[in-house]
Design a protein around this ligand. Structure first.
Ligand code: HEM
Length: 141
């Protein structure tokens, strides 16, 4: 669980990210597919060319889900319960991929807001994304 200071850091950086949901969502997915091309196998039905309608739509969905987790930072499990079932039972995404996507989201945020991305914000944002990943993968067990 996040400390009060970590929650504050997450909320502060999120206020910036929230103004760039689609751009940061698309960039995160583009980084994921470029650096870890095996992740593309989950999206055979998508047009993965740069800036495609599907990439923009999906990037926005992923970042909006993270926004829901920020809003419900004391009950991330409850906020993401449906998504957790979707990823585990229907999509069957291998849990290793959540670390990869989290890393790409972290890079996208850092690249866009370098001055805000202090070591403290980095650590809090990383821990927050790891928390989301563990909620989204806990149904596998
Ligand atoms: C769908 C969020 C990680 C693969 C979705 C949706 C959301 C979402 C909001 C749309 C659900 C709906 O339409 O009701 C997230 C979040 C993640 C995450 C917050 C972690 C931070 C991953 C990873 C993969 C993945 C790591 C695989 C590499 C998919 C696929 C779909 C999906 C294949 C269905 C896409 C479609 O057909 O429209 N995810 N996801 N997700 N996710 Fe994730």
């Amino acid at each position: 669980t996040l400390t009060q200071a970590e929650k504050a850091a997450v909320t502060t950086i999120w206020a910036k990210v929230a103004t760039q949901i689609e751009a940061i969502g698309v960039e995160s997915l583009e980084r994921l597919f470029a650096s870890y091309p095996q992740t593309k196998t989950y999206f055979p039905h998508f047009d993965l060319s740069q800036g495609s309608v599907q990439l923009r739509g999906h990037g926005s969905k992923v970042l909006n889900a993270i926004g829901e987790a920020v809003k419900n930072i004391d009950d991330i499990r409850g906020a993401l319960a449906k998504l957790s079932e979707l990823h585990a039972y229907i999509l069957r995404v291998d849990p290793v991929n959540f670390k990869l996507l989290s890393h790409c989201i972290l890079c996208s945020v850092a690249a866009r807001y370098p001055n805000d991305f202090t070591p403290e914000v980095h650590a809090a944002w990383d821990k927050f994304l790891a928390g989301i990943s563990s909620v989204l993968t806990e149904k596998y067990r």
